[in-house]
Ligand binder design. Structure first.
Ligand code: DX5
Ligand code: ZN
Length: 220
């Protein structure tokens, strides 16, 4: 099956004091996704922002809001995030003892549902929930901060999830997050990913020029 590639700029690397402008800048590059990292200072050491900020961002943008929850018990925020206008809610298997039920609730809320695993978590935990999800996210860094180095060993996990998808006949996207740049994006694509989060690489220079280097690397 031919899958569409999406480049998902991570708002974590943008200027939070000018989010409306940053969203406009992202839209002007022609990408359709924005990746939004919610962190609680518990599941990961860092604190970013919560669902109210997502609601404010929604007033300024029609981009697809790809929300990555790095919080303990993310099921507590399903209703608020749906109300805020998020399109996709992606939650960590490590963050709740009720991953299956939480994904069911996300689907029932009307949002798309995503599941994500840390670098130290095996893909086998995904198997029981694959039929519930629209996206599997394989972390290519340990979550919490932008600007970390891509962990190439994670490509085996992307390949394994692509094989699980093939064997099951299911249809979901495979996303990678962390250390994506113009060289690592090609490795992730070859392994089977089609949604590529990029933060520090995109925002370190002219956004459109940086996005275009990723497009070239993808041959898009
Ligand atoms: C890290 C976040 C990422 C982060 C990626 O925990 O989940 O989305 O913004 O940043 P880069 O692309 O700089 O690794
Ligand atoms: Zn993320």
């Amino acid at each position: 099956m031919k899958r569409v590639n999406h480049i998902a700029p991570s708002i974590l690397a943008a200027d939070y004091a000018n989010l409306a402008t940053e969203l406009k800048r992202i839209e002007e590059t022609g990408v359709d996704y924005v990746h939004i990292d919610l962190m609680d200072g518990q599941f990961v050491p860092n604190i970013s922002f919560g669902t109210d900020l997502v609601a404010s961002m929604r007033k300024h943008s029609q981009l697809f809001f790809d929300c990555h929850l790095m919080v303990v018990q993310p099921e507590r925020y399903i209703d608020a995030l749906a109300q805020a206008g998020a399109d996709m809610m992606t939650i960590h298997t490590e963050s709740t003892v009720h991953i299956h039920g939480a994904l069911q609730k996300i689907k029932a809320s009307g949002m798309k549902a995503g599941v994500v695993i840390n670098p130290g978590t095996p893909v086998s935990v995904l198997e029981p929930v694959l039929e519930l999800v629209d996206q599997v996210l394989i972390m290519t860094v340990n979550p919490g901060f932008g600007g970390q180095a891509f962990i190439p060993e994670m490509m085996k996990k992307v390949e394994a999830v692509a094989a699980m998808r093939e064997a099951s006949g299911l249809d979901f996207d495979i996303e990678v997050d962390g250390g994506i740049d113009d060289t690592t994006i090609g490795l992730a694509k070859s392994a089977g990913a089609n949604v590529f989060v990029a933060g520090s690489y995109l925002f370190k220079g002219d956004l459109l020029a940086q996005v275009n280097t990723l497009r070239e690397a993808l041959n898009d």
